[in-house]
Design a protein. Structure first.
Length: 438
């Protein structure tokens, strides 16, 4: 690497006066490839504004700017051991080495469990390794899926306001609240289910032989979107487009959602449908390239009942953080007119959850940052029920660095991983649920 680029990276990581307006893709890549010689902060350490540059080895350029304010307080905890349920581990061991990547990038010969090991990823080419990470992330341990009765999407714009902005909703810093939506969310996985080894690894419900999962989303507030509902059906066939049906109460009809609309802003937020959980799109809609492994500081075990944001724009998680080993992949859409130039996704090397997504524009500049926050599962024993073994999604903080707008998504009720009966699944995804709510 040229000496000038290293110098620019050094300035980017250490200057407290550095302007946040522009970060090039080259600087992001240099940070990913940088050899970290410093030890991570010790558990129990609290980082304040004066010591923020000590976090530079574990926070990417651009995102580190969000930490630069006088009231900063970052609590460090030890990396957790977030083991999956024994049924998933058993399936992983039983089917180890069977899954392969097809010539078209599809996952073949896969039954259940984790498709690929870290050793397999390390031993292959960047394109094959990228696809292995992708399929591991898609088939990570999720039990039946998850349900959140109340999810808020708060749309924040620049400007001064009272501090805290909205303490009741976990916005403890500045900024202006432009709009807030409340939704109900429930995802149910229908097949490739490790604990259903006596049922061909799938639920005994219609479509489980052709669908991987289904999502039900219904907006509860405000009045102008209340009743708007989505059902998303992901096929087992990786070439098949998602079937997405939307019910609009103003039009009083159900319409199909086109594949290209997945790249549009979801309900006016900073995210597309493919941005949920860091990445929730179809693997073959993208080209995958493995960039390596990198230690990353993120919120893998929130201490908050409802995740909270602070700082000048209320968009930095006020929480406890841990340094975790992540796989890093570049994702590029096969659509020429996709709004993203690329996505750099950090995937936890143990849980396979998305931890951070960096969106790169078509001019090779960092455009958006998307942090995903989780709560750790309960400590597991041989008798632990599977619903207690999932690392639970609790929120997502998304920032547009160009407009300085942000969307803060928070689970305001518990994230449940419920045991599902076939009758409950049929009822949840019936036509009447789509047209009249859950």
């Amino acid at each position: 690497m040229r000496r000038g680029l290293w110098f620019f990276l050094l300035i980017s990581l250490t200057s407290t006066e550095w302007c946040a307006a522009e970060v090039s893709r080259a600087v992001v890549d240099a940070w990913i490839g940088m050899k970290v010689l410093a030890d991570p902060p010790l558990p129990g350490t609290v980082i304040n504004h004066a010591d923020v540059d000590a976090l530079a080895p574990w926070i990417p350029p651009g995102l580190l700017d969000e930490f630069r304010f006088p009231e900063l307080r970052v609590e460090i905890q030890a990396p957790g051991d977030y083991r999956t349920h024994h049924s998933y581990e058993t399936a992983t061991e039983q089917f180890h080495g069977q899954a392969t990547i097809g010539d078209d990038g599809s996952l073949t010969n896969y039954t259940a469990g984790q498709p690929f090991s870290n050793e397999q990823i390390a031993a292959t080419t960047p394109d094959q390794a990228g696809l292995m990470v992708a399929w591991n992330q898609i088939h990570r341990w999720q039990y039946t899926g998850y349900k959140v009765e109340a999810v808020t999407m708060s749309y924040l714009v620049p400007g001064s306001s009272a501090v805290p902005l909205d303490e009741a909703h976990g916005l403890d810093g500045g900024g202006n609240l432009q709009r807030r939506l409340v939704e109900y969310y429930h995802r149910v996985y229908l097949s490739k289910l490790a604990w259903l080894n006596n049922q061909d690894y799938r639920f005994d419900v219609p479509d489980s032989d052709s669908r991987f999962f289904k999502d039900f989303i219904s907006f509860l507030e405000p009045f102008d979107v209340k009743g708007t509902s989505f059902v998303v059906e992901r096929y087992l066939d990786p070439h098949a487009d998602d079937q997405v049906n939307i019910y609009s109460p103003t039009e009083r009809r159900v319409r199909r959602f086109s594949a290209r609309e997945r790249a549009d802003s979801f309900m006016g937020s900073e995210a597309t449908m493919d941005d949920f959980d860091g990445f929730s799109g179809r693997v073959l809609d993208y080209q995958w390239t493995y960039l390596g492994r990198r230690a990353l500081l993120y919120v893998a075990d929130t201490q908050q009942e409802v995740v909270r944001g602070f700082g000048p724009h209320s968009r930095l998680p006020d929480d406890r953080w841990e340094v975790r080993d992540c796989h890093v992949v570049e994702i590029k859409s096969v659509l020429e007119d996709h709004p993203y130039g690329a996505r750099v996704l950090f995937v936890d090397a143990q849980t396979w959850n998305g931890a951070l997504s960096l969106i790169i524009d078509h001019d090779a500049k960092l455009w958006k940052t998307m942090q995903i926050l989780y709560r750790a599962p309960a400590p597991q024993t041989a008798d632990s029920p599977p619903e207690t073994s999932v690392q639970s999604w609790r929120g997502q903080f998304m920032i547009d660095r160009m407009t300085q707008n942000s969307t803060i998504v928070q689970a305001r009720s518990d994230t449940e991983h419920p045991h599902m009966k076939p009758s409950q699944i049929k009822r949840l995804f019936s036509v009447s649920s789509l047209t009249s709510g859950r």
